[in-house]
Design a binder for this molecule. Structure first.
Ligand code: MG
Length: 163
């Protein structure tokens, strides 16, 4: 078994879309970034890469590369998922937190988890999502930023098959 952790922050401004976990969220503020700025998909990508000691999202998909301008961040997750597969690693579960003052994400939780389960090709029961506010303080609480944290547990599938 191996564990990976990911964390990400994006600034919030008016006039940008807000993507969280591959789902576009209705919001007066959106996230700034080179790609689609999906804070949760970026944290998940880093957690997946980390679990296999494969570095981080910035090494794989540099934000200086025009190829990734306004890119759908789903492709980052898919690339990390495939890299794990190639190494015989299967996802056991993900535990995720999104830190956003507004909008309230709890009503959208199932939709986001469904999308993540689809991307990772795992049952929805292996994807947990928690939504936290910033309690009105700090960059999240003042709605200057949105953040996400991801922890993933992976297992050596080849060893399992052999045993
Ligand atoms: Mg990011």
């Amino acid at each position: 078994m191996r564990v990976g952790i990911g964390h990400d922050t994006h600034r919030l401004v008016p006039g940008r879309p807000l993507w969280i976990g591959g789902v576009e969220i209705e919001s007066d503020l959106g996230a700034v970034g080179h790609s689609d700025a999906d804070v949760l998909l970026h944290a998940i990508t880093d957690a997946l890469l980390g679990s296999a000691s494969l570095g981080d999202i910035g090494q794989w998909f540099p934000d200086t590369d025009p190829e990734f301008q306004d890119a759908d961040s789903s492709q980052f997750v898919l690339a990390a998922r495939d890299a794990l597969r190639e190494r015989g690693l299967g996802i056991v579960n993900l535990d995720l937190i999104v830190f956003a003052e507004r909008p309230r994400l709890s009503p959208l939780s199932v939709k986001i988890r469904e999308r993540l389960a689809e991307l990772l090709e795992i049952p929805i029961g292996q994807v947990n999502l928690k939504a936290k506010t910033g309690e009105g303080v700090g960059p999240v609480g003042r709605r200057e930023a949105i953040q996400a944290m991801a922890v993933v547990l992976v297992d050596d599938v080849t060893t399992d098959e052999a045993s």
